[in-house]
Design a protein around this ligand. Structure first.
Ligand code: G1P
Length: 302
């Protein structure tokens, strides 16, 4: 495929985190704790998403949350009382770690907007429309944890705008049966880690899927997405689908897929969460020993 001379794209300054979902798949754990605060060993899921956005140079983070999930706001904000208590007890190292994780208003502009009704991912993104900075915006779904050397969003920003595509989604190849759980790209060509597409379909049946390239929860979207979402009709599941708005805009805005280098874990499922915890623990020497020990004792018991 002939590549258009890429214009230097505007910087990606805003990240939107849709976190209003009720997390029913993790009940009863999520009855009183938002699923984004469930720990991957010792770090809440949302912290990984925040760190990824911060590493990518994001200036404004917009959390699209739900009134019942105020614990998220408490979590991301620096807690001066807790800090003072820890320091008084000589736990300065711990206090320093918490301060580093929390979002410092001098560094990142943090906003919370509410999505009262579960009207879909497209609707969640639209809820952030009045708060975004000019230029393209990133969307990060914290359920999709991507572990790797370089943050997925940083990789995408480095590749964004190639071939003139204004919308970019992170993609990975999935099994034929799995296509019905994802947005699926209609691929027209590829160039190293970038795929070119002429549209995408939300959760198709395997027989109707245009490819097996599934969208995972990282997007860089042209600022025009909000106009497109405003008049987007409900799609799959009766919800306003982000996939549909992206696809409709493709002839005008362009669409690419990005094959990231990290390993993705579907932390919206118990299996994926368990795998993420094991992988994360395995990356730290203290816990690797625990896993090895556990595996050895299982083998010995056979
Ligand atoms: C959402 C998107 C879907 C995407 C998926 C990635 O679906 O609608 O296109 O492939 O996230 O995790 P959900 O998993 O919220 O149903």
């Amino acid at each position: 495929m002939e590549l258009k001379e890429a214009e230097t794209p505007l910087p990606v300054r805003t990240a939107i985190f849709p976190v209003a979902g009720l997390g029913t798949r993790f009940l009863p754990a999520t009855k009183a704790t938002p699923k984004e605060l469930l720990p991957v060993l010792d770090r809440p899921l949302i912290q990984f998403a925040i760190d990824e956005a911060r590493m990518a140079g994001i200036e404004r983070m917009i959390f699209v949350s739900h009134p019942a999930k105020s614990a998220i706001e408490r979590y991301v904000t620096h807690d001066a009382d807790l800090d003072a208590q820890l320091c008084a007890k000589g736990k300065t190292e711990l206090a320093r770690g918490l301060a580093a994780d929390a979002l410092d208003p001098g560094e990142i502009d943090v906003r919370f907007v509410m999505q009262d009704q579960p009207l879909g991912l497209g609707h969640a993104v639209l809820c952030a429309a009045d708060d975004v900075l000019p230029g393209p915006v990133a969307v990060i779904l914290p359920d999709d944890l991507i572990l790797g050397e370089t943050g997925c969003l940083s990789e995408m920003i480095a590749a964004y705008g190639r071939g003139g595509a204004g919308h970019m989604v992170a993609t990975m190849q999935v099994d034929a049966e799995a296509v019905k759980s994802y947005g699926i790209l209609s691929v027209t060509g590829r160039d190293e880690r970038v795929l070119w597409a002429d549209g995408m379909v939300e959760k198709p049946e395997p027989s109707d899927a245009p490819s097996r390239q599934a969208v995972v929860g990282r997007y860089i979207l042209d600022g025009s997405i909000f106009e497109d979402l405003r008049d987007q009709k409900p799609g799959t599941g009766g919800e306003i689908q982000l996939t549909d708005a992206i696809s409709r805009a493709t002839p005008r805005v362009g669409l690419s897929g990005f094959r990231f280098s990290g390993q993705r874990y579907d932390c919206g499922s118990k299996e994926g969460m368990l795998r993420a915890i094991l992988a994360y623990a395995n990356s730290m020497s203290d816990f690797r020993d625990v896993i090895d020990d556990h595996n050895r004792s299982l083998l010995a018991a056979e």
